[in-house]
Design a protein around this ligand. Structure first.
Ligand code: SF4
Length: 246
């Protein structure tokens, strides 16, 4: 089976803390977040054609040094059959499996859940605020976008797979205590929220490169607000401090 691949990182110790993971980057995304840093991963015509069988063989060859795989992108759920085949084969190889997704195809996510040990879902704004969700994700005109994310979150929570919600804090869009508390309220049932620092080096909308990166101190303030909003475990990820549990 062919799929569109951006690339494979053979070994990462960062993407899944505590694990030695190969990272499979699927090419193409259905959102246009103006602050996106993975600019080359968005166009579905980018990357290259690859065979699922070759990717699995490559992952098998990495087994002496890895114990896990992470599917990411772009957006992996846009190619659900390839995800499914890679996850099934990886499970047969005895690997832990994770996905990083924007959850805009809840049905596809539901099919993958039995093969996943960790689901990291982008919650880019409160799903209870569809207007803001559209703004933060580039107003792609996708019908029911925030509702789809809500459904994806529900499927993930109900599956008993470990779930982490991830919010990138972007000035002018969601860098606000009230918004983060609203996110916390919208992800009931998920015990872990990771607040990630927006980076201004390379962004889809170049005007975002003029915005300052929120500081580690600012992310700590927002993390405390999220905890007061009811999230048990809040992590922050910054260039200054790496991944920290607050
Ligand atoms: S940040 Fe947004 S546009 Fe960029 S890859 Fe993620 S979901 Fe797609």
């Amino acid at each position: 089976m062919k799929f569109r691949l951006m690339g494979i990182t053979d070994l990462s110790t960062i993407d899944w803390p505590g694990k030695l993971a190969a990272i499979v980057f699927f090419q193409g995304c259905n959102l246009l977040c103006p602050w996106c840093q993975n600019v080359d991963g968005i166009d579905p015509r980018g990357g290259r054609d690859a065979e699922v069988e070759d990717a699995v063989q490559h992952i098998n060859g990495l087994k002496p040094i890895i114990d896990s795989i992470v599917l990411t992108g772009g957006e992996p759920l846009l190619q659900p059959e390839a995800c499914l085949e890679i996850l099934k084969s990886s499970k047969e190889l005895g690997l832990n499996c994770a996905i990083e997704t924007n959850a805009t195809d809840p049905q596809a996510l539901e099919r993958l859940l039995p093969y996943l040990d960790l689901v990291a879902i982008d919650v880019k704004a409160p799903p209870s605020d569809p207007g803001l969700y559209e703004k933060v994700t580039g107003s792609t005109g996708m019908p029911g976008l925030a509702q789809k994310v809500k459904e994806g979150l529900k499927f993930a929570v109900d599956s008993k797979t470990e779930v982490e919600a991830r919010t990138t804090v972007v000035p002018t869009l969601n860098d606000d205590e009230k918004i983060i508390v609203q996110v916390a309220g919208d992800i009931k049932g998920i015990n872990c929220l990771r607040l990630q620092q927006f980076r201004n080096q390379r962004t889809l909308d170049p005007s975002f490169q003029k915005l300052p990166m929120p500081s580690r101190g600012r992310l700590l303030e927002l993390a405390r607000a999220a905890k007061q909003g009811g999230i048990k475990k809040v992590k922050i990820f910054t260039v200054e401090g790496g991944l920290e549990t607050v």
